[in-house]
Design a protein around this ligand. Sequence first.
Ligand code: SAM
Ligand code: SF4
Ligand code: FES
Length: 344
Amino acid sequence: FKIKKLVDQAYREAKLSKEEIKSILAEDINKLDYLLQKADQKRTEICGDEVHLRAIIEFSSYCKQNCHYCGLRKDNQQLERYRLRKEEIIKTSQMASELGYQTVVLQSGEDDYPAAEIAEIIKEIKKTTGMAITLSLGERDFDAYKLWREAGADRYLLKHEIASKNLYEKYHPGMSFENRIESLRYLKMLGYQIGSGVIIDLPGQTPDILAEDLLLCQKLELDMIGSGPFIPHQQTPLKGTKTGTVEMTLKFTALSRLLLPLTHIPATTALGTIDDEGRQKALKAGANVVMPNVTDGKYREQYQIYPDKICVNEEAGDCRQCIGSIISSLGRHVSQNKGHSLRK
Ligand code: SAM
Ligand code: SF4
Ligand code: FES
């Protein structure tokens, strides 16, 4: 009963205290049908039945960081690395555009791909396809963010991962939580639509921290918020720890929709990896975005953030079709527009 009252309040006012968020996150998912249902209702009101697709190109698996959870981390010497050339990235984007995608996401490890070359890629994609462009390249210097924005990039995706300075810095050696947040603020100032989000169920993460995450997302005035379950990778320091749960990911997704109604929320690939129906479940709990892979099949296995990632044996066209049928099976449809920020 108490939970129902809190969900109604979140639905009405998009506002809950930290303690209130915590009590929802700590509740058993079986008692949370109402939460998922209200999040779905809010999603219908704000976004209708359209689902935005963002085509993701994983263009380089080189990374200079050492995030404890990620298979691309620098110290994982068992991983064979690849880096696509400028022409290949442009060609893949054009193919994505021909498949009907209206947004391309350029993602990589924190590679030192020359900033000027990225700018040229952005300009060429814009000129030849007109697609919206999201960058997800990790932290770079502020001049690079500015250069890319001027070249035409529309959005930047940089998860803050976990709203605990302590745990953030434990899991990201040599990185600082303040820099992460400062980057997001600076990106916003430059006029990027900004996306952030978290990894769900990292070891040591508590409902208290996850509640803090949601409050931080509100403060940052995000345009997009993503949450994927943590999936342990054998060649990382977090090997052998527990996989994140579908339940916590869905609770977080639903609360994201209620507390930040005007955001885009993806049904993540990580959730689809730990549960065959994971993306469908998220789409019914507040999510309105899916990010299918368009990277050439031969590279997919090498972009091994976590094991058993879905779609590694598929090609771009297969994923486009697969996602199309998932979306129709839910009675929804693929959006015909770019799906810019809902805030403007
Ligand atoms: N290097 C860029 C960055 O870190 O922002 C972009 C690429 S990185 C692979 C994209 C996201 O993968 C990260 O934000 C992180 O949340 C997620 N990720 C990495 N390892 C993961 C794991 N083992 N389980 C779940 N998500 C993971
Ligand atoms: Fe590199 Fe990003 Fe993986 Fe961290 S999460 S190791 S920055 S690819
Ligand atoms: Fe890639 Fe289903 S989205 S196979």
